[in-house]
Design a protein around this ligand. Structure first.
Ligand code: X2W
Length: 293
C-alpha cells in the first residue's frame, strides 16, 4: 500500500512501531549486501539510498557491500567479451578484471552520491584501501569428473579483513560503501564475490545482521514458494538435495558462515520491494528469508 493512501493515524502508528527497533538497534552494525540485480531501477536505487540515510540518522550503523554482476556482464558485452561462470563465480582473466574494476568503481560512486544527496555521509572504499580486504587466489575444489582444483583466474578468497578503517569511519558516523575487490600480499588485485565479502565483513565487524538484497523474494523451495525462515541444518539439507544452486550458493554460503560465526541472523530479501530495508529493520513485518542458528 502506498503511504499516501494511509490516513494520518495509520502513518503515526507505523512510525510509533519503529521506536523499539530504533532503540534496540542503536549503534549496532548491519552489513547490507546490495546486489547488482537489485540495482536496475533508478527510483529503487534512490529509495535504497534514502533508507540508508534514515537508518544512519536514527543511530544505526549500516555498512554497504555492493555487487555489480549484471553491470560487469553488460560492460564486457560492450567490449565483445562473453561472461563465463563456474559455481556462481565469474572466470576472471586480465581483461575481465579490468571490466570488474571499472564497473564496480562506477557503481560505488553512484551509491555514495545517492546517499550523500539524501543527507547521509557515505565514503566509498575498495578492499585495497588500507589493504583492508586481504585475499589470495581461489582454486575451486575438484568436483565429479575433475582431477585438479579449478583455476578461474583473478578470483580471490578472503584471507583476512582488517576492520580498523571501517571502525574509524563508523566512529565518525560515515557509512562505508565497499566494492568487492581484494588485495594479495604482493599487491595483486582480486575479484571477489560480493556475497562472500559481505558475509566475512559481518563476522569481522560482529554485526547484528547480515542482509542480502537481491532480485528474488528470498530462498524459494522446489515449487518456487518463499521459505520464510530456515535453520542452519535446514539450509544444509536444501544444498544437498539441489534446491539451492547457481548464484544462490555463494549467497547462502556467506549467510551460513556469518551465522555460524555469531552474527545473530542473516536475511535474504527482495531489493525490488520499495523500502525493503525499512520493512526488514523497523517493522514487525520482516520480509524474505531469515536464516538463524
Ligand atoms: C563478482 C563480483 C560482483 C558481484 C562478479 O564478477 O560478478 C565473482 O563472481 P553481484 O551483483 O552480487 O552478483 N565476482 C568472483 O558479486 O556482484
Amino acid at each position: 500500500m502506498a503511504s499516501s493512501s494511509l490516513d494520518a493515524s495509520s502513518k503515526a502508528n507505523i512510525l510509533a512501531e519503529a521506536l523499539p527497533y530504533i532503540q534496540s538497534f542503536h549503534s549496532r552494525t548491519f552489513v547490507i549486501k546490495y546486489g547488482g540485480n537489485a540495482m536496475t531501477d533508478e527510483a529503487l536505487k534512490a529509495g535504497f539510498a534514502r533508507d540508508i540515510a534514515l537508518l544512519q540518522l536514527v543511530g544505526m550503523r549500516p555498512v554497504i557491500v555492493h555487487g555489480g554482476g549484471p553491470q560487469i556482464t553488460g560492460l564486457l558485452e560492450r567490449m565483445g567479451v562473453k561472461s563465463e561462470f563456474r559455481r556462481g563465480m565469474r572466470v576472471t582473466d586480465a581483461q575481465t578484471l579490468e571490466a570488474v574494476e571499472m564497473a564496480t568503481a562506477k557503481i560505488n560512486q553512484e551509491i555514495v552520491g545517492l546517499i550523500n544527496r539524501s543527507g547521509g555521509k557515505a565514503v566509498g572504499l575498495s578492499g585495497q584501501d588500507g589493504r583492508f580486504i586481504q585475499a589470495r587466489k581461489l582454486l575451486l575444489p575438484p568436483e565429479a569428473g575433475e582431477t585438479e582444483p579449478v583455476d578461474i583466474g583473478a578470483v580471490g578468497e578472503i584471507e583476512r579483513i582488517d576492520p580498523e578503517v571501517i571502525n574509524l569511519l563508523q566512529s565518525r558516523s560515515f557509512v562505508p560503501v565497499i566494492m568487492p575487490i581484494g588485495v594479495g600480499t604482493d599487491g595483486e588485485v582480486y575479484n571477489i564475490n560480493a556475497d562472500l565479502v559481505a558475509g566475512t565483513l559481518a563476522r569481522s565487524l560482529d554485526a547484528e545482521k547480515l542482509i542480502l538484497m537481491t532480485n528474488t523474494p528470498g530462498v524459494l523451495n522446489k515449487a518456487g514458494k518463499l521459505i520464510p525462515s530456515l535453520t542452519l541444518s535446514e539450509v544444509d539439507g536444501l544444498v544437498a538435495d539441489g534446491t539451492l544452486s547457481g548464484g544462490m550458493l555463494p549467497k547462502i554460503g556467506s549467510a551460513l558462515d556469518a551465522v555460524r560465526a555469531g552474527v545473530k541472523s542473516a536475511h535474504v530479501i527482495d531489493g525490488r520491494v520499495p523500502n525493503a530495508l525499512l520493512l526488514e529493520l523497523l517493522t514487525s513485518e520482516g520480509i524474505g528469508t531469515l536464516i538463524r542458528p
